[in-house]
Design a protein around this ligand. Structure first.
Ligand code: AMP
Ligand code: MG
Length: 408
């Protein structure tokens, strides 16, 4: 059975359920999607505080100060950041104050230390200050009770910082799925064990785990399960129910010893040929009720399949507002050929240039990296995009425009 890229994408997307909401410690929330509105438990700043190291004063006491005419005030208190028993400022005095320290009652300005002689007994002030100078007002950033973050927000560093600043140590987020990644192949060896003739080092599992963890998933990795139906079934059955999603690689194409196909034939898994290159042999369904996506074995097919099928499905499940890679059109720097009836995903290197025809506009070029072979992983490491050649296109000439999917 042959299906289109869009059909298999839809099947995988439907298979991966929306991640449930749950609470995680703040440190584990990076990159996840918020599933609650966060209300500021405290105002930010929580109290009027100094924006500078300097002296808290009454602006009216130093109105006459100038470079040649310092105003001298006794320093009545010292207020480092964190002081909680700040005495009131008496008219005609100054308090030495540090950045972030509470401004004393009675003071209405802070003079920068650079405009003083920095003394601790009696300070000479060489500049006047407007009322309010160098004071950060309580609630200036966010008021107490105001909405700090909205449900659906992707939690980056700034968002987590704000949550922490308003007093949160955990957040309700879309919980990252636990993904069991299984690499099949009797030929696979896990480094650093030596290779015998006919063996190769396992790489798909490491790639998939890295890509999935990048989305926030929790990954359990089984790196070298032999092409033995009994061994494969046993390995999977043991761990399947602890997973929210199973992803396998290898053992789904047309040859003999296709362990994944053979083992899951009686299960609720459909094996198909997707009209794409690389990544044609695919499958998806459920195993003991757990969604399973079976990818082909060649490393480039695995990574392209991840991009085309798994990444959007998982981002959608995790509640991300944007699940697709950005696409641009770019001028091809080398001609390429593509198979009829299949969507081809070629690895490429995209460069953006200033457009000489329009100020401020940009135009892009793209250079294929490596051939179409699905074993050419080294070329993938030099790529920053996938060149998408439509099903009905078999040749693209140099200089023609192609669609390009920008990777990270
Ligand atoms: P298969 O689909 O199982 O026939 O595998 C296709 C090709 O991918 C074969 O050349 C395999 O040796 C290779 N391959 C499969 N799994 C892996 C893996 N985990 N790491 C590296 N290469 C693999
Ligand atoms: Mg295999």
């Amino acid at each position: 059975m042959t299906v289109s890229v869009a059909e298999h994408r839809a099947a995988v997307r439907q298979l991966v359920p929306r991640a449930p909401a749950g609470t995680l410690p703040l440190e584990e929330c990076h990159g996840l999607v918020l599933a609650e509105d966060v209300t500021a438990g405290v105002a930010l700043p929580p109290f009027d505080n100094s924006a500078m190291d300097g002296y808290a004063v009454r602006a009216s006491d130093i109105m006459a100060a100038g470079p040649q005419r310092p105003v001298r005030l006794p320093v009545a208190a010292d207020i480092p950041a964190g002081r909680t028993d700040v005495p009131e400022l008496v008219a005609g005095t100054a308090h030495r104050i540090m950045t972030g320290a509470p401004v004393p009652r009675g003071a209405d300005a802070v003079v920068r230390v650079e405009d003083t002689d920095a003394a601790t007994g009696t300070v000479a002030i060489h500049a006047a200050a407007e009322p309010g100078a160098n004071i950060r007002r309580a609630g200036e950033d966010i008021a107490r009770g105001a909405r700090a973050l909205t449900s659906g927000t992707v939690l980056g560093a700034a968002q987590l910082g704000l949550a922490a600043a308003t007093g949160r140590d955990s957040l309700t987020v879309r919980l990252p799925p636990r993904v069991l990644v299984v690499s099949t192949g009797t030929e696979l060896v896990t480094p650093p064990a030596p290779l015998a003739d006919g063996q190769i080092y396992e790489s798909n599992g490491v790639m998939l785990a890295a890509a999935l963890r990048g989305l926030g998933c929790r990954v359990e990795l089984m790196r070298a399960v032999s092409d033995d139906v009994a061994a494969f079934t046993e390995a999977l059955t043991e761990r399947a129910t602890a997973a929210d999603l199973i992803v396998t690689s290898g053992g789904v194409s047309a040859g003999a010893y296709e362990v994944v196909k053979d083992a899951l034939a009686g299960e609720h898994v459909t094996f198909t040929k997707v009209a794409m290159q690389p990544g044609g042999p695919q499958g998806c369904g459920t195993l003991h009720g757990v969604p399973i996506v079976t990818l082909p074995g060649n490393p480039v097919s695995v990574l392209v399949s991840y991009e085309v099928f798994l990444r959007p499905a998982l981002l959608a499940a995790l509640g991300h507002p944007k699940v697709e890679r950005p696409t641009v059109r770019a001028r091809l720097l080398e001609p390429l050929k593509a198979p009829a009836g299949k969507r081809q995903f070629r690895r490429g290197h995209y460069t953006e240039h200033d457009d000489p025809r329009a100020a401020g506009a940009t135009t892009g070029t793209v250079e294929p990296r490596g051939g179409p072979g699905s074993h050419l992983l080294a070329a993938f490491t030099e790529a920053n995009c996938l060149i998408v050649v439509a099903e009905d296109v078999t040749e693209v000439a140099e200089g023609e425009e192609v669609e390009v999917l920008l990777l990270d």
